[in-house]
Design a protein. Sequence first.
Length: 367
Amino acid sequence: MHLLASIKDELQRISQSPWDLLMVAVVPLCLLLLFGSIFLSGKPEHLAVGIVDEDKSQFSQTIIHHITHNQSLAPIRQINTHTAHNAINDLSIGGFLYIPKGAETRLVNGDDTGMYIATNQSFYSTGNNVSGALNRSVQSAALAYLAHDHARNLLPNSDLRTPKVKLSILFNPNLSYELFLEPFVVIASLHLLLCCLVAFSLGALLHKTPTPSLSAIWASVLVYVLIICLWTWLWQAWLINVRGVGVVGSGLLLIVAQVLLYSAYALLAATVVLRTKSASKSFGILAVYGGSSLSFAGISLPLNNATAFTQVWSNLLPFTHFARLQTEQWLMGSPLAVSLPHLGILVLFNVLFGTMVILLHKKILTP
């Protein structure tokens, strides 16, 4: 009886508290809709790929036709190998098919066609989907071409063998999860921990001093950003010096991006605490915003054919832009010009959340 009475009291308390009612009735629904939107399409579709056609033959045109009609792919035609590699470096495409000159002749003669598929395996799921879809299109195109010309007695051999297509794995040749996933999981975990630390700190500060100084708020943010950065750099030094996972691009740009990422989330946590005036009430918002970062960054799942809402939400997360910059600089060695826009967006997040902290602090001081 005491238990039932306590349950009734707790339900009554929730119903009388708008904030608690929001946490139990609205937030779970938002989470279900948020994460459900990622998988709404069921499977990856319209993955951007390149086709380098140096053969210009009936066979290569058959391949292009099959790729174009493959729902999983969105081909970009008429590109050369240099353009294709540049497109991979700026993440415009997930891979490309190379068809060398004379591929049709070698296929008819039963020789190696020399075709290969190059994929960006720094995004493991996208790379696998691209290579699989391209290979299936090539095989079905080869069967269609061979069957058609054999029926017309144009091929000397009766053995209709599909070509072997080599696979060139870029940026993660060993398909290592340590290289592909660990850098993202560690940063995602640490930035969520940072949000909690800042929320706890400012919650305690507001409990002790209802009108804290702005310098005290900045101090709380900076201290925990520095602590998390130090842990990040210690882990990074271990990966580089012990595990041999070197930074291919600019290490300095990567460090600057890490500082900006952490400071953005720390300022976000400060914004939420100053608005709610409670650390405990802040955790729900921080859990939804910060906790969804890894899922919506396009790392484990491609988001190119996701719903408009999913793509907008992804771009509203600082982690998404950091993840792209980290991939470009740590694994791919992309030119600085490719990554600087992502760095600029991280700066904008800092300006936005920092401004909100200042405005909310002024509101607290206003009688």
